[in-house]
Design a protein around this ligand. Structure first.
Ligand SMILES: NC(=O)c1ccc[n+]([C@@H]2O[C@H](COP(=O)([O-])OP(=O)(O)OC[C@H]3O[C@@H](n4cnc5c(N)ncnc54)[C@H](O)[C@@H]3O)[C@@H](O)[C@H]2O)c1
Length: 264
């Protein structure tokens, strides 16, 4: 018997799967949403074999209609939306300025737009049902780092996600009693990293010298973000050393260089 519902995307492998398994142990019914149905079904099977409840749904999150159906199927199964973890992701592929690179904008579509579609759908359902739920997006340490030249659209999308959380978290909390937060992990050893550009070293971008985190370590930190809001705040950074930090919003450092007020 479950006592709540979790909708988690990108949980066919990696961080999402590790997080889904942890949430299931807490007694939630889990909707595992992914483009990779086989992987999503494997996650659901793992949950069931541990005595939990789960369903796998194939969904291309870049489609508003597909996502709407996935949320509807979640509500049909569990009737409550306590946690929504928007975690699906793709690596950057190819060089930004390569004219042959047809996939240059995929990270923007999947990591930013599709995630905001998910925030909107989740927010609408939570508002309509009066659920004081939590919506958590998986951003990245690259959300707050410069010179990630090996993945510029990925970094831009992840920075956009974090900025969306800074922008909307208080309004969601005050007007709808919905918590909106972001997890910002450093490099973790998952299929996404193994398949993409991220193995490249980059002296300009402080990616640290520690070995990559494991998906389990990131999911463990994710549980702290979900369960200890007073400590973790709106956004939590996990460094490759394993240290975790509550992130505060900071405006970029500025150097005064003059004024145009009254001059035009
Ligand atoms: N691994 C890292 O180093 C790292 C670091 C920081 C943030 N992240 C983020 O963590 C999240 C999870 O990634 P991961 O590292 O566990 O990789 P992963 O490849 O194991 O998981 C990503 C999942 O997203 C799914 N997905 C991709 N496009 C989709 C779409 N259009 N619709 C539905 N599902 C789709 C994939 O099928 C996959 O199962 C991602 O958002 C990633 O950007 C990863």
């Amino acid at each position: 018997m479950v006592h709540g519902g979790v909708f988690i995307t990108g949980a066919a492998s990696g961080i999402g799967r590790a997080w889904a398994l942890r949430l299931s142990k807490k007694g939630y019914g889990i909707t595992v949403v992914d483009l990779d149905l086989e992987g999503a079904e494997k996650t659901a099977e793992m949950i069931k074999s541990m005595g939990g409840e789960a369903q796998a749904i194939k969904c291309d999150l870049t489609s508003y209609v597909d996502q709407k159906h996935a949320f509807e199927n979640h509500i049909k199964a569990y009737n409550t939306l306590d946690y929504v973890i928007l975690n699906a992701g793709v690596p950057e592929q190819g060089d930004f300025l390569d004219p042959q690179n047809k996939n240059w904008d995929l990270p923007l579509n999947v990591l930013l737009e599709a995630t905001l579609i998910g925030v909107r759908q989740a927010g609408l359902i939570m508002h309509a049902t009066g659920t004081k739920g939590t919506i958590c997006v998986t951003a990245s340490d690259l959300s707050v780092k410069e010179n990630a030249w090996f993945a510029p659209c990925y970094a831009a999308a992840k920075a956009g996600l974090l900025h969306f959380v800074w922008t909307m978290a208080e309004k969601f909390e005050k007007e709808h009693h919905i918590r909106l937060c972001a997890l910002c992990p450093a490099r973790a050893d998952t299929p996404l990293v193994q398949s993409g550009y991220f193995h490249e070293t980059n002296d300009m971008c402080d990616t640290g010298t520690d070995p990559a985190l494991t998906a389990n370590e990131v999911a463990e930190a994710g549980m702290i973000l979900l369960e200890q809001p007073d400590k973790a705040g709106k956004a939590m950074l996990i460094e490759s050393s394993g240290s975790i930090y509550a992130l505060q919003f900071q405006t970029a450092n500025r150097t005064p260089i003059g004024s145009v007020k009254g001059k035009a």
